[in-house]
Design a protein around this ligand. Structure first.
Ligand SMILES: NC(=O)c1ccc[n+]([C@@H]2O[C@H](COP(=O)([O-])OP(=O)(O)OC[C@H]3O[C@@H](n4cnc5c(N)ncnc54)[C@H](OP(=O)(O)O)[C@@H]3O)[C@@H](O)[C@H]2O)c1
Length: 330
C-alpha cells in the first residue's frame, strides 16, 4: 500500500541523513514539501542538512540517534509522533563499511558493521511498525545494495549484513500479510555504486586507497528511486542500470557472475595511493552533510569504464546464455 497521504503532507523518518544518499533523499523529499525527521550520529551535519531542507520547502526535525541503540530508535519514533502526530514512512539508510580480506578485518569491526547495517535496520523496522499501523498504513524503505544480492571481494561483513537486510525484509513482509497488517509496505532498494563519501568513511585494511568501483551513479538516482517507492511501493527496486544487469547475471549464471565480479572487485576498488589501516567512521561519527563524495572524476570516466564493464558483462552474458542453453537441453 502506498503512503496514506500525499508526500507534501507526509512525515518521513530517514536514518543516515547526515551524509550521502540520506542527505540527497532528505532534499528530494523536502523539495516535495514533506516533513523529514533526520537521524544519524553527527548532530552538526544533521543541522546543516535540516537547514537546506527548510530552504527547499520541507519541515524538519533533527534527532541525533545511533541506530545500534534499539531504545534510542524507539525514542526517535516517539519524538517524531509527539512533534508531528504520526509517521507515514521510515527509511532505513544508515550503514558503515570495512574494506579488507575476511581474515584481515578485526572481529570488533566485523561485528559493528552487522550491528549498524543489519541490526540497525531491524531496530528501525521495530520502532516504526506500531506507528505506521496506527497511522492506517505506511511504507518502510530499507536502502540495502546490489550487494544484498551479489558479492564483492574485500567487503565480507557489508555483503553479509546487506544479504541479511534483504532476508529480513522478505520475512517481515510475509508476517505482515499473514497477520492482516498488509497496509504497511516493506521495500528494499538495491543500488549500484553511488558517488557518496562512503568510500572515504569506510574502515580500510587493504593497504591501499579505496575508490568506488565503476560505473558510479549520483546519489539522486537512489533518492528518486526511494521517492518512487513511497508513491508506489514494490518489494524491491534497483537503483542504477548496472545493479539491474549484475543482479540478472547473478540469478542466471551465479558461478560465472561470481568469478567475474570477484575479478572486477579485485581490480577496481583500489586507487594507486598506499593507505595505513583506519577504522574510518565505523565506531565514530564523521559526517559533513555532503550528499556527494566528489567522485565525479570517476563518473566522467564512465564511458571508458563502461566499455570495460560492458566487455565483462558481455562475457558473462555469453556464459549466461550457454548456461541457459545447457539447462534447457537437459
Ligand atoms: N555509496 C554506495 O556506493 C552505495 C551503494 C549501495 C548502497 N549504499 C547504501 O546507501 C546507504 C547510505 O550510504 P552512503 O553511500 O550515503 O554513505 P555515507 O555517506 O557514509 O552515509 C552513511 C550514513 O550512515 C550514518 N551512520 C553510520 N553509522 C551510524 C550509526 N551507528 N547510527 C546512525 N547513523 C549512522 C552516517 O552518519 P553519522 O556518521 O553521522 O552517524 C551517514 O549519515 C547505506 O545503507 C549504504 O549501504 C551505498
Amino acid at each position: 500500500m502506498p503512503l496514506a497521504r500525499a508526500l507534501a503532507d507526509a512525515t518521513i523518518v530517514i536514518t543516515g541523513a547526515s551524509s550521502g544518499i540520506g542527505a540527497a533523499t532528505a532534499y528530494a523529499l523536502a523539495r516535495r514539501g514533506s516533513t523529514v525527521v533526520l537521524a544519524a550520529r553527527t548532530e552538526p551535519a544533521l543541522r546543516e542538512v535540516a537547514r537546506h531542507c527548510r530552504e527547499l520547502g520541507g519541515r524538519t526535525l533533527v534527532v541525533p540517534t545511533d541506530v545500534t541503540d534499539a531504545e534510542a530508535m524507539r525514542r526517535l519514533a516517539s519524538t517524531t509522533v509527539a512533534e508531528f502526530g504520526r509517521i507515514d514512512a521510515w527509511i532505513n539508510n544508515a550503514a558503515v563499511g570495512t574494506i579488507g580480506l575476511f581474515d584481515e578485518i578485526p572481529v570488533a569491526e566485523f561485528r559493528q558493521v552487522l550491528d549498524v547495517n543489519l541490526l540497525g535496520t531491524a531496530n528501525g523496522i521495530r520502532a516504526a511498525l506500531p506507528h505506521l499501523s496506527a497511522a492506517g498504513g505506511g511504507v518502510v524503505v530499507n536502502n540495502a545494495s546490489v550487494l544484498a544480492e551479489v558479492a564483492m571481494p574485500y567487503q565480507s561483513p557489508y555483503n553479509a549484513a546487506k544479504h541479511g537486510v534483504r532476508g529480513l525484509a522478505d520475512t517481515i513482509r510475509q508476517e505482515l500479510r499473514a497477520t492482516g497488517r498488509g497496509s504497511v509496505s516493506i521495500c528494499t532498494v538495491l543500488p549500484a555504486t553511488i558517488d557518496t563519501p562512503f568510500f572515504r568513511h569506510a574502515a580500510n585494511h587493504s593497504g591501499r586507497q579505496v575508490v568506488p568501483p565503476p560505473p558510479v551513479y549520483p546519489p539522486e538516482v537512489v533518492a528518486e528511486t526511494i521517492v518512487r517507492l513511497l508513491r508506489r511501493p514494490r518489494r524491491e527496486a534497483y537503483a542504477g542500470g548496472a545493479a539491474r544487469l549484475i543482479g540478472m547475471q547473478w540469478r542466471l549464471a551465479p558461478a560465472l557472475a561470481e568469478r567475474v565480479l570477484g575479478w572486477y572487485g579485485r581490480y577496481t576498488q583500489f586507487g594507486p595511493t598506499p593507505m595505513a589501516d583506519t577504522t574510518g567512521n565505523v565506531f565514530h561519527p564523521d559526517a559533513t552533510a555532503q550528499p556527494e563524495g566528489d567522485w565525479a572524476g570517476r563518473r566522467r570516466q564512465l564511458v571508458r569504464i563502461s566499455t570495460v564493464f560492458g566487455l565483462a558483462a558481455a562475457g558473462t552474458a555469453v556464459g549466461t546464455a550457454a548456461a541457459l542453453a545447457r539447462k534447457l537441453t537437459r
